[in-house]
Write a protein that binds this ligand. Structure first.
Ligand code: PML
Length: 256
């Protein structure tokens, strides 16, 4: 049996009482790995570079096998950039290549640049008009309930490519779930961790394009924009991203 473990932490009280979001994490794991996962999350909530959390919520739920959908891991490659300016240019080019109109790509980028603080969820934007269409305010749409089928195999796969750490591990799994949504054209993301400047553009067509520099060091603002085709059923999309349990697997090494 698998279990979903979720952590969210905030400063100044709970999120729903106006507390500032500090960190979040989520895993889907077999029972024997639960204790370790809970302790790791607790540690992460208390040690985060965005600040000291005074509210930590941990939720553990059983997942029934029939609730699970399987999706492939996105392919992975890196754009050679050295500055945030180059990173933004590369991101816009990648978004356009994936099918986002130039105006919409720039608008999405601006939305992330102009955030006053990080959002827990993502902004959803029409890939042609560049209009925000989720109507979810400061909360945004949260991509949740995903993990990889074989955690150890996935860690080995990442390490073999020189990719270590929670950020990239979690981001590639999340991006793989997001790219599997109906109507999804591309995702733009960079981290809200002040000392982690990497971001990415992910798409069903070109996979996970990692962009090593997307912001200046020290900036605690980051987030995600999901670009979708006009006419995408938003209720269905939100339900998939927030509620559908998705386990990610690759063709060869990672399947159990
Ligand atoms: C995050 O930390 O929330 C996003 C991380 C984005 C980049 C991950 C990477 O490829 O290193």
């Amino acid at each position: 049996m698998l279990y979903s473990v979720k952590m969210r932490s905030a400063q100044g009280g709970a999120h729903e009482e106006g507390g500032r979001h500090i960190s979040g994490a989520e895993r889907i794991l077999p029972e024997e790995q639960l204790d370790y996962a809970v302790l790791t999350m607790l540690h992460r909530a208390r040690e985060h570079e965005r600040g000291r959390a005074d509210f930590i919520s941990l939720k553990v739920e059983e997942i029934k096998p029939q609730e699970i959908v399987y999706k492939p891991l996105l392919s992975f490659s890196t754009c050679p950039v050295k500055t945030a300016q180059e990173g933004h240019r590369a991101a816009v080019a990648e978004l356009e290549r994936a099918g986002v109109k130039p105006k919409a790509a720039l608008k999405g980028l601006e939305m992330l640049e102009n955030l006053h603080d990080s959002m827990r969820g993502a902004i959803v934007v029409d890939c042609e008009s560049g209009m925000r269409i989720d109507g979810m305010g400061e909360r945004g749409v949260r991509a949740s309930k995903m993990d990889c089928v074989n955690s150890r195999g996935y860690d080995e796969y990442m390490q073999a490519r020189g990719l270590t750490g929670d950020h990239v591990r979690e981001a590639l799994v999340l991006a793989s779930k997001v790219a599997g949504a109906e109507g999804m054209v591309a995702e733009l993301c960079w981290s809200d961790d002040p000392y982690y400047v990497t971001g990415y553009v992910a798409s069903p067509l070109y996979g996970y394009r990692r962009i090593p520099v997307m912001k200046e060091r020290g900036s605690g603002i980051g987030g995600r924009v999901f670009f979708v085709r006009p006419g995408t059923d938003m209720q269905k999309l939100i339900n998939y991203l927030e509620e559908q349990v998705v386990m990610i697997q690759t063709g060869e090494v990672l399947t159990c």
